[in-house]
Unconditional design. Structure first.
Length: 313
């Protein structure tokens, strides 16, 4: 039986954009997907030979302008607050908790908790989108994440992410170094962060540069893949990787592609502990609840043009 394009898209898109609904897809079908290079109606029946291209950047941009009141209900829940001022809230996100609600998961997300927290403090701005979300971390990933308290600050922070002026570092526990062979002795996370700060965040030749393009994995549409070659559908990605020992990596991303770290490490034959989706090409073991990937450093300019630097190490 042939499948409708809107039904297919919902299954493919929701794992990475959990608050996407079928009505969202139907209302934006002409903006987010092409079939064989053409736009189609929501009722179009997919054929095996069809070349389907999904515009992830457009989906994210459309979601960023959605009314959060339609999808996010305030809910009391735990928040590990690392920093707070009148413009933003910086949290330490636990593994296994979604950032925002989805079609089958309306409760117990950071956005639910943040909205309730700010309402109770009488600091909630109803003009913010998605309870003030500025950037995303995947559900299995933990660490530093920033929420804006006002629509003005939300736009200000999001612009910095779009312009790639934000400094972001991640720590990954891995099963081995894969294609990476050399290793400097005695380097710690604290030492490497200090060195980066002193060198204006320039990665020296002790870092591995992983530069190429990231697109949808052809074996499993819930996965992404890294390639050295550009195509019509993949996007430029730049990642730096620094082994601290045989099982710990420090990672700096210069772009913000979906699953950028996980896809880039897969290309290097490196497996993040717990990441069942990226343990093989097909991702047959499914989407994990928790993986050993942690956002540990964030530097951004606050709305008053002062440097805001948050780190876990």
């Amino acid at each position: 039986m042939e499948e409708r394009i809107d039904t297919y898209l919902l299954k493919i898109v929701q794992p990475n954009f959990p608050n996407v609904s079928r009505s969202f897809i139907q209302n934006n079908i002409d903006k987010i997907v092409t079939v064989n290079g053409n736009t189609v109606k929501q009722s179009y029946k997919i054929k095996e030979t069809d070349n389907i291209e999904i515009n992830q950047d457009k989906i994210e941009k459309l979601l960023s302008t959605a009314k959060d009141t339609e999808i996010i209900t305030p809910q009391k829940g735990p928040l590990d607050i690392l920093y707070e001022d009148s413009n933003c809230l910086v949290l330490n996100k636990p593994k296994g908790i979604p950032v925002q609600p989805g079609a089958n998961n309306k409760d117990n997300t950071l956005a639910n908790y943040v909205k309730n927290y700010l309402i109770e403090k009488k600091e909630y701005d109803s003009q913010v989108n998605r309870a003030g979300i500025v950037h995303r971390l995947d559900k299995p990933v933990s660490g530093i994440i920033l929420f804006a308290k006002t629509r003005t600050s939300q736009k200000y922070y999001q612009k910095q992410f779009e312009n790639h002026t934000v400094q972001k570092l991640y720590k990954a526990k891995v099963d081995g170094l894969g294609e990476l062979t050399s290793l400097e002795e005695g380097s710690t996370i604290e030492e490497e962060i200090t060195k980066l700060e002193n060198d204006n965040y320039k990665c020296d030749d002790t870092w591995y540069k992983v530069e190429g393009y990231i697109g949808r994995n052809k074996y499993n549409r819930k996965k992404m893949f890294f390639s050295k070659f550009q195509s019509k559908t993949n996007k430029y990605a730049l990642t730096y990787v620094k082994p601290l020992d045989n099982n710990v990596l420090l990672i700096k991303i210069e772009t913000g592609r979906m699953h950028q770290i996980r896809a880039s490490l897969e290309y290097l034959n490196i497996h993040i502990v717990g990441d069942t989706l990226y343990v093989d090409k097909t991702g047959s073991k499914g989407i994990p609840e928790k993986i050993e990937l942690e956002s540990i450093y964030l530097k951004i300019k606050n709305i008053d043009d002062e440097e805001l630097k948050i780190k876990l190490y």
